[in-house]
Every structure is written in structure tokens, then in C-alpha cells.
Design a protein around this ligand. Structure first.
Ligand code: DGT
Ligand code: CA
Ligand code: CA
Length: 573
């Protein structure tokens, strides 16, 4: 049974919680919790990293001991340390520990004095007044506990697309091996490549449906089975991701796929057109009165209402149906259109691979060029480059460009945008570079006005080519900063500046909607990885997903140009 990141994270979270209840050193508790978070958000399988011989200690917060634990989990699926801890504490207490406002001391007290071992016990005791009567608890903490219970039970957690993909691939692999499966596909927001997904909607056609269902509910990452039926089953995975599996008849496959791909708004708009044409569309097909006229493929379904096939990424009812009707659908950018990467880091700053390793990995991906854009000096935690070290890097790039054939390494920098909008390095150095990427790494909380001004001021510098991760969001962790994005886009267009679509799975910034806006305003986008190691040079595919959702075509993308053309457009003014 393959261990996934979520298994490791979940074990570490448990260790942290048990330590906490036992009153262990808070340092140890934090170390495990941080490690769990790092692993959960990784977007790369730890098992793959190990099999590729990568050093886990390069990951933030993973030291020698934690690496040792991870290797134990990967090798055995278990952690002895946790099992020893588990024997010493009632496991139900962990659930209580997750309630906001309930620390380990209180959980212990509730358990010992009121014998509370579940959320339901807790709720009952809170309502009956039993908790309020305990020393150390009052009206306020009871209120807080009740709110905490609600939060704990609240659904609505969403998963980054890249995380969902790990599980989706696993499931497809697993189900795909069953004899009798015909079609098998993940529909829903996953197929539309939305940046986050609420759950996975798997659609399958098969003759022996019972066998499939039995296999499905026995998937090794199942936490619990919600329902098991003849046409639909639902499970919740260990990481709390819900998965629906639906069976459809093979002749309905197209209409079911189109229905369950959504979005709901798109479906509604499609059905409206059907009604205008005297047709009815549902998951079972397209009907004219009682007669079924289409439904085997999605092309058939769209064709029945006079439309060409619409790519799933566009199905958000954002004008795609009108565009399809008038033959104006975009020809969406594809991964293979990208000729290089314009944002990455090396061991000169906080990258994990050397300049040469990054270059060779890029060559291997079939790139024509890669721009090295390490951090600038203000970012001291990343050992940002000052003039002197940047010049050393430039020299190394010159040497490597002689040595490595078939790839051009471009000289760049990810220069910090200072609080007043000036750049962290003088123009005299910037002008020697092939391109300058500018980014904000501090003072995220400026007023909307000040932040907008800061970015525009940065673009006033004629050497700034690309504004990196322009809104600063971290999916599920940090909102975008307050900024007037229309004003920033306007200023970018006036100044001949480009914006980045950062492909890190937790950034995807600009997002789909803003990419579309940029395109409509005539601003070009750089789909780059911000890779800090050779592996994440592969992340461009996540950026491509969002670019496609943002209607981008080849012509809208800076790094879909060949080297000569790129160099030409990088010369501002
Ligand atoms: P999610 O899971 O929140 O990321 O978003 P979706 O789009 O995957 O939504 P989900 O899982 O609730 O449903 C999957 C698809 O099923 C959805 O995209 C369209 C279709 N669907 C679900 N409910 C309805 C509905 O009430 N009406 C219509 N027309 N379609 C629906
Ligand atoms: Ca879904
Ligand atoms: Ca669903």
C-alpha cells in the first residue's frame, strides 16, 4: 500500500496532538505540526522524492529526526513512536483537541471529570450546564466550545487542485485496473481545472457495476463510506476529500459527462438554449419530445444545439456559450506551446539546485531558454543577491551558455519592490540583465491605495519586465493583498510591462479571472514556475490550467515566444 503525503501529515499531526495532551515540550509539538503542514502542502509525493534520491532535509522544518520518521512511515506505513503514544491516551480526546478554544488541559479535565469522549458528548455537556460548573470553565468558554463544535462540523473545506490530483490519479489507477470498466473520468471542478476543488466526481461506465462499487469502497485511502448504492457511491478519504462515484449507461456517457462536469451555471445556460430549440437536455441525453436524439459524446450534446465542443476549462458561463455560438472560442494555450521559464531560483539564494542543474533540467524539459531570477539583497533570509554576487552569477551564466548547447540561460533577477515602490538594486545593474522580475515580499498590509501606488511606481522603472505573483495570495492560507488590480493592469499596459501567472500550486497568481482581464486589456502573461528546485520546473502545467481557464491563447503568453522574439519584446519602449 503506497503511502501518500496525507498519511505522513496525519501521523505527524497525531504525534503533535498526543505530545500536547501529555504536556510534552512545546518545541517538539510545533516541530511535528509544522512538518505536517509542509508535507500536506507539498504538491509533490514524498515517496517520489525519496525514490528520486532527493534530500528531504531540504524541505522547510524537516530535520534529521523527522526525516528518519518519514522514512519509517514510507517503509512500514506506520510510526512506532505514535503507536506507543496511542497506547497511553484515549484516542477520542484528539477530536476534542481540534475544537477551537480547547487546549490539552481542558480536554483532559473534560475527559476525567465528565467522561467526555466525543463531539456529541461535548455538545450535550455544554448545553446541560455541566461544563459551566467545572472549575476553570465559565459561560464564555461554553459559548466558545459550542461555536467550536459548529466550526468542526462545518463542511466547505476546499483542496488545491494539485493535491486533489494526487488522489484522483491514485483512484483512477486503482479503479482502472478492475476488469469490466469501460469509461472512467473525473468530472466536476477537477476536470474544469479550478484552482481548488470541493470534491471529486468520478464517472464510470461498466457492465459489472457491483464489482466496481465493492472495489471503490475498499480503496486503501478511505476514511469512511458515506453511501453505497447501485448508481452512486460516496466515500471520504483520509484527508477528508469526498469522492462521488457514479455509474452511467454507456449510451448516456456524453450527456452524463457534460452534466457532471458543470459548472452548474454553464449547464443551466446550455439547457436554456436547448429549450429555445424545443429540446430537453439532462444527464440521460438530449430529447426531442420523447425521442432521444443525442448523448453518447459531449460533441453530440453540444452539436444538438448547434454549438462546437467547449473545453471544460471554459465552462463557467463567462461568455463561452456566446463565443461558441459565434465561432469565437479561443484556441487555448497548451503546455507544449511554452518555450521556456522566466522565473526560477538557484543555490545562489534559496533554491535547492545549482544554476547548472536548473539549466540542464530545463533543457531536458525541451525548453529553448530559462531565465535565472534569484532574489535580491533585501530578502536576507533567502541570502538575496547584492551587486557583487549578481555579477558573479552573470559570469557563471556566460560560462554555462558556452558549455551547454541547445539552451539559452537568460540573466535575470527577482528584485524586491521596496515599500516606496523603488527597486532593491540600482538601474546600473538591472540594465545589464536580460530581464527583471519584480515582486513584493513584505509590507503586505498596506492600504489599497498605497499598495496600488507601490506597484505602479515599481513599473515606472523602465527595466522592470514582469510583475511576479501580482496579488500575493496563497491558496487556503493568505488572501490577496488589497490592491486595485484594474489600475495595476492599466499601468502595466501603458508601460509595456508583463504580468506573471505564477504556477506554484499554492499561488496560481494571477488567477483565472485576472488573466482573462489582462488578456482583454492586451497585456501579456508569463506562465512561469518560480521553481526552487529542478522538480518544480514541471509546475508549468498547473499554470497552464489557470491560463486556459483565463482564455489565454499562445499569442497572449510571453514565454510562448521563441528566444529572438522574446528578447525583442523584453526591451521596453
Ligand atoms: P466543487 O466540487 O465545489 O469544486 O464544484 P463542482 O462543480 O465539482 O460541483 P459539484 O461537485 O457539486 O457537482 C458536480 C457537477 O454536477 C457540477 O459541476 C454540475 C453538476 N451539478 C450538480 N448539481 C447540479 C444542479 O443542481 N444542477 C445542475 N444543472 N448541475 C448540477
Ligand atoms: Ca466536485
Ligand atoms: Ca460532488
Amino acid at each position: 500500500m503506497a503511502v501518500v503525503n496525507e498519511d505522513i501529515a496525519s501521523i505527524f499531526n497525531k504525534v503533535a496532538a498526543f505530545y500536547e495532551i501529555k504536556g510534552e515540550n512545546p518545541f517538539k509539538v510545533r516541530a511535528y505540526r509544522n512538518a505536517a503542514r509542509t508535507i500536506q502542502n507539498l504538491g509533490t509525493n514524498i515517496v517520489d522524492m525519496l525514490s528520486q534520491g532527493q534530500d528531504l532535509k531540504e524541505l522547510p522544518g524537516i530535520g534529521k529526526d523527522l526525516e528518519h520518521d518519514i522514512r519509517e512511515i514510507v517503509a512500514t506505513g506506520r510510526l512506532k513512536k505514535l503507536e506507543n503514544l496511542e497506547r497511553s491516551i484515549p484516542p477520542a480526546l484528539i477530536e476534542l483537541l481540534a475544537i477551537e478554544g480547547l487546549g490539552p488541559k481542558k480536554v483532559k479535565a473534560l475527559h476525567e471529570r465528565l467522561n467526555i469522549t466525543s463531539l456529541d458528548d461535548l455538545k450535550e455537556a455544554a448545553k446541560s450546564g455541566a461544563i459551566e460548573a467545572l472549575p476553570g470553565f465559565g459561560k464564555k468558554s461554553v459559548e466558545q466550545i459550542l461555536k467550536g463544535i459548529m466550526l468542526a462540523k462545518k463542511e466547505g473545506r476546499r483542496f488545491r487542485w494539485a493535491i486533489a490530483e494526487l488522489y484522483a490519479n491514485d483512484l483512477l489507477d486503482y479503479l482502472g485496473r478492475i476488469k469490466g470498466i469501460e469509461n472512467l473520468v473525473v468530472a466536476g471542478s477537477f476536470r474544469r481545472k479550478k484552482d481548488t476543488v470541493g470534491d471529486l466526481d468520478i464517472l464510470a461506465t461498466a457492465k459489472n457495476w457491483d464489482v466496481i462499487t465493492e472495489h471503490f469502497v475498499r480503496f486503501d485511502k478511505v476514511k469512511f463510506v458515506v453511501s453505497k448504492g447501485s448508481t452512486r457511491s460516496t466515500i471520504v478519504l483520509k484527508n477528508d476529500l469526498q469522492v462521488d462515484l457514479r455509474s452511467v449507461a454507456v449510451e448516456n456517457y456524453g450527456s452524463a459527462l457534460s452534466y457532471f462536469t458543470g459548472s452548474k451555471a454553464h449547464n443551466i445556460a446550455v439547457r436554456k438554449i436547448a429549450v429555445e430549440r424545443g429540446l430537453k437536455i439532462n444527464e440521460y441525453g438530449v430529447f426531442k419530445g420523447e425521442r432521444r436524439i443525442a448523448g453518447k459524446t459531449e460533441e453530440e450534446v453540444y452539436g444538438s444545439i448547434g454549438l462546437p465542443y467547449i473545453e471544460p476549462e471554459l465552462r463557467e458561463d463567462r461568455g463561452e456559450i456566446e463565443a461558441a455560438g459565434t465561432g469565437r472560442l479561443p484556441r487555448l494555450i497548451e503546455l507544449r506551446d511554452l518555450k521556456g521559464d522566466l522565473h526560477c531560483h538557484t543555490t545562489y539564494t534559496d533554491g535547492k539546485n545549482t544554476l547548472e542543474e536548473m539549466a540542464r533540467a530545463s533543457l531536458e524539459l525541451g525548453h529553448e531558454y530559462i531565465a535565472i531570477t534569484d532574489h535580491s539583497k533585501r530578502l536576507t533570509v533567502a541570502r538575496g543577491l547584492d551587486e557583487k554576487r549578481l555579477r558573479q552569477q552573470i559570469e557563471e551564466i556566460d560560462r554555462l551558455n558556452q558549455k551547454i548547447k541547445g539552451l539559452t540561460i537568460l540573466k535575470g533577477i527577482e528584485v524586491d519592490i521596496l515599500e516606496d515602490g523603488t527597486l532593491d538594486l540600482p538601474d546600473s545593474v538591472l540594465k545589464e540583465l536580460d530581464l527583471v522580475v519584480g515582486a513584493i515580499h513584505y509590507k503586505f498590509k498596506l492600504s489599497r491605495e498605497a499598495q496600488t501606488k507601490r506597484m505602479i511606481k515599481a513599473m515606472d522603472n523602465p527595466y522592470l519586465n514582469i510583475l511576479a505573483h501580482p496579488t500575493g495570495r496563497l491558496i487556503g492560507e493568505r488572501e490577496s493583498y488589497e490592491v486595485n488590480i484594474e489600475e495595476v493592469l492599466d499601468a502595466a499596459r501603458e508601460r509595456g510591462c508583463f504580468l506573471e501567472l505564477n504556477s506554484q500550486p499554492d499561488r496560481l497568481d494571477l488567477n483565472d479571472v485576472n488573466c482573462r482581464l489582462a488578456k482583454e486589456m492586451g497585456i501579456k502573461i508569463s506562465i512561469s514556475t518560480d521553481a526552487h528546485n529542478t522538480f518544480s520546473l514541471n509546475y508549468q502545467r498547473y499554470g497552464i490550467n489557470q491560463a486556459r481557464r483565463g482564455w489565454l491563447e499562445k499569442a497572449d503568453v510571453v514565454n510562448a515566444r521563441g528566444l529572438d522574439e522574446l528578447k525583442y519584446i523584453l526591451k521596453r519602449r
